[in-house]
Ligand binder design. Structure first.
Ligand SMILES: Cc1ncc(COP(=O)(O)O)c(C=O)c1O
Length: 396
């Protein structure tokens, strides 16, 4: 018999709505032709991986060393961990030793291993809303409870709202910057204020909640914006990330966790995450792509192409008369449903479908009344969607 919990999740209308949309998109493209379907459903980057990565793949293929397909330490190859430690040190402005890096099966694996390591049954994880749809499941996977906290009207962090929801059960807060779905980047001042609130709570209660920085979009920023460092502001912090978005490798399932070396529990937490990686059944991150990334982690896609598309999709929204948040990074546009839809984003997204436009409803992200456009698609799709969006926004 199937678990009643999983059965109800599988059958719930909001579960897997983005994936369902993606599959419906494929069917619509077959029926109407790809050029007549505007598929903005999934954050599947359409830029090819950089040449440096493709060359590294060929090099690794050619280096058939004995046992290169074998088991390895659960944390990953030491040289790959060292490369990730160098990357994290550059990004965080803090020296991170390779021992603090644990290779993971994508950012999703990074979050699950970290939550498994941190949560006791009934512990709470704070999540500023709107947020990446899968957090609910990742937190529940490990016996935790999600605590959704409102952000400000411009979707910046509201530390006071976080402070109001801290309790003895708070194990962590997950922040995601640049943000999926809002495209917001949290400023240095926002992170500093959040760190202050958590430090005060820790001093009072003896339990310092962890900041888990989920940052697979770190490299994709516009207008030269920089993503704030967290390691220099708060000791109880970890980075969970992947190369899914910056190097267009989502199917290769490769990422890592880096634990702040200043964390008083860094050693124990690292051991716990390594253990969690093993017992969750990942055992270790994919061997082949660890070797590829050891040679190519510092490659880049041309992110200015996403920036150009962000301007184009904003122009489409202006033309259609739809309100949105101007993205600062990642490749998502967060759009308000027209007033006459009374915040029923599910109904509006269904209505968009009748114009061959596929978007993700905001409710799944904890953002009722909004919807998400993933514009990591061809420019032609964006430009061609103009009239369809205008009609859909103005019809009932
Ligand atoms: C905010 C956020 N976190 C985590 C993930 C999962 O990334 P990965 O494919 O590397 O597991 C995604 C994927 O879309 C995401 O948007």
């Amino acid at each position: 018999m199937i678990s009643s919990n999983i059965k109800s999740l599988v059958e719930s209308p909001s579960s897997g709505v983005i994936r369902k949309m993606f599959e419906e998109g494929a069917a619509l493209k077959k029926k109407f032709g790809a050029e007549n379907v505007y598929d903005f459903s999934l954050g599947n980057p359409d830029l090819d991986p950089p040449a440096k990565v493709l060359n590294a793949i060929k090099e690794v293929c050619a280096e058939e060393t004995h046992l290169c397909h074998g088991y390895m330490p659960n944390a990953g190859y030491p040289e790959t961990r060292a490369a990730m430690a160098k990357k994290t040190s550059l990004e965080q402005g803090v020296e991170v030793p390779f021992e603090n890096v644990i290779m993971q099966v994508g950012a999703a694996g990074a979050l699950n291993s970290t939550l498994k390591a941190l949560l006791n049954p009934g512990d709470e994880v704070i999540v500023p809303a709107p947020y990446f749809v899968e957090y609910d499941h990742y937190i529940h996977n490990h016996g935790g409870e999600i605590v959704r906290v409102k952000t400000n009207d411009d979707f910046s962090l509201n530390a006071k709202n976080v402070a109001a929801r801290l309790s003895a059960k708070t194990a962590a807060i997950i922040i995601n910057s640049p943000n999926n779905p809002t495209g917001r980047i949290y400023s240095d001042a926002e992170i500093t204020e959040l760190a202050q609130v958590l430090k005060e709570h820790g001093k009072k209660t003896g339990r310092y909640p962890y900041i888990i920085c989920d940052e697979p979009y770190r490299a994709i920023t516009y207008n030269g914006a920089k993503v704030a460092s967290v390691f220099d502001k708060y000791e109880y912090s970890v980075i969970g990330t992947s190369f899914a978005k910056n190097l267009s490798l989502p199917g290769e399932r490769i990422g890592y966790v880096a634990v702040n070396p200043a964390c008083p529990e860094a050693k124990e937490l690292t051991s716990a995450i390594i253990f969690a990686t093993r017992i969750l059944g990942y055992v270790n991150a994919p061997a082949f792509f660890q070797r590829v990334l050891t040679k190519s982690w510092d490659a880049e896609c041309d992110y200015s192409l996403y920036e150009k598309r962000s301007r184009e999709i904003c122009e489409v929204m202006d033309y259609a008369g739809l309100k949105y948040v101007k993205p600062e990074g990642a490749f998502y546009l967060w759009v308000k449903c027209p007033d006459k839809w009374n915040d029923d984003d599910m109904a509006f997204v269904n209505h968009l479908k009748s114009y061959n436009i596929l978007c993700a409803p905001g409710s799944g992200f904890g953002g009722k009344g909004w919807f998400r456009i993933a514009y990591c698609c061809s420019e032609q799709t964006i430009l061609n969607s103009k009239e369809a969006f205008k009609k859909a926004a103005n019809d009932n």
